[in-house]
Design a binder for this molecule. Structure first.
Ligand code: ADP
Ligand code: GN1
Ligand code: MG
Length: 368
């Protein structure tokens, strides 16, 4: 991206001031993000929406507007809240739209940049984990009265494990880049768990778990904390759509409980951080205790196992397909990521009872 292209794009949005700098920002795997500073003192975040991943950008943007407007309205009714800081704000284009499509077919949008915040790829303190739990718990509570039927599925089958396994099976059958021989141990491990990992879907289909509006990408770097590590804003709302609470809980835990990065190369370094888990559970349940059904509480532990499993399946599929989905930074990156999730899942399976006991005892404390 040249400065000229960025200036041209931004000239189509209602931003104030002249551009001083436009620098790539963040460590997301999907969108292209730039931090824009201007001489008016206002800072913005320019994003190219990945339309290979998100096929229905108008539908996605409609979801985003619905969700941010709903959150804003709910926060306005809460004393001491600050919607401008706690909800993402989209900047309109000169024609009053929320995004533009450029001559090459790329979609762009602009948010207000939330200053004095940071996102963490890895959690290092119990306070951060607790605040993350509060942020995602509150996000779900505030969205509980928004009708899921209003939202489009921005990626059909996104967290549907049956669909993810079908995609893996297709990638195995095609073996388009001849990587199958390297991953036979991983595939055997996945196959042993196919039925068990379908439990949440089954409970949902049988009406035991309510379909709610969920975030569906609750990895920890999708929450912004302020300079004192207080939760400020949940971001990356492209996958907000109908889902089960256990999905969001499980995906957050996947990134919080792991003492190593998501793509740890030496799997012997992967271990669980139980104090961080407990802190997240506390923050999350404090916000959601009035919302969760008993069955949902018992489903949370299933999400803790399912989300690393699903991520393992997704990274492995991308590796077998020749790295077409996630941004990679080395040729074996997706394999390395898949193996790290594989190891994390083994550790989580060993600790399942301990983790569930923490969830249940925290819930009992909070409900009193
Ligand atoms: P991706 O889908 O690629 O993960 P995100 O929407 O999560 O894209 O944005 C990437 C990173 O940019 C985030 O992890 C966060 O650090 C930062 N970010 C996103 N939105 C804002 C914002 N409004 N203010 C400040 N930082 C932001
Ligand atoms: C992607 O966009 P980002 O980097 O927050 C992915 C998530 C995965 C995550 C794994 C739309 O999230 O589903 O869990 O990478 N987002 C999409 O790090 O596929
Ligand atoms: Mg992100």
């Amino acid at each position: 991206m040249t400065d000229l292209t960025i200036a041209h794009l931004l000239s189509k949005f209602q931003i104030s001031g002249q551009i001083i700098s436009a620098l790539p920002f963040g460590s997301g795997h999907i969108n292209d993000t730039y931090r824009i500073t201007t001489n008016s003192g206002n800072t913005y975040l320019l994003q190219r929406i990945n339309h290979f991943v998100f096929k229905d950008v108008p539908g996605l943007m409609n979801n985003l507007v619905l969700v941010t407007q709903h959150l804003r309205k709910k926060l306005l009714a809460i004393t001491a809240s600050n919607p401008d800081k706690q909800v993402l704000t989209l900047i309109k284009t000169n024609t009053g739209a929320y995004y533009i499509k450029d001559d090459e077919g790329n979609y762009w949008r602009v948010f207000n940049f939330l200053n004095d915040t940071r996102s963490y790829d890895q959690v290092s303190t119990e306070k951060q984990a607790y605040e993350g739990g509060k942020a995602f718990g509150r996000f779900q509570s505030l969205l509980a009265d928004l009708d899921p039927a209003l939202m489009v599925e921005t990626i059909p089958g996104f967290l549907n494990i049956e669909y993810r396994l079908q995609n893996l099976d297709k990638a195995i059958a095609a073996d388009s880049v001849k990587r199958l021989p390297e991953v036979s141990a991983e595939i055997a491990f996945i196959n042993q768990r196919r039925t068990q990992m379908g439990r949440i879907l089954k409970m949902g289909r049988e009406g035991e778990l309510p379909l709610r509006i969920t975030h569906n990408d609750t990895k920890f770097n999708n929450v912004l904390l302020d300079e004192n590590d207080h939760a400020q804003c949940v971001i990356d709302l492209d996958t907000v759509m109908p889902g089960y609470l256990a999905y969001d809980f499980g995906d957050a835990i996947r990134t919080i409980i792991n003492n190593s990065p998501e793509d740890e190369a030496d799997i012997d370094n992967i271990s669980l951080n139980i104090p961080l888990f407990s802190a997240y559970v506390k923050g999350y349940l404090q916000q959601t205790v009035g919302l969760l059904t008993e069955t949902e509480v018992h489903s949370l532990i299933e999400g803790v196992l399912l989300l690393p499993y699903m991520q393992f399946v997704r990274f492995l599929t991308d590796y077998l397909e020749g790295d077409i989905y996630y941004k990679i930074y080395s040729p074996q990156h997706n394999l390395q990521r898949a193996r790290a999730q594989f190891q994390l899942l083994k550790k989580l399976e060993e600790a399942k009872t301990t983790l569930n006991d923490i969830i249940i005892s925290t819930y009992k404390n909070e409900i009193q």
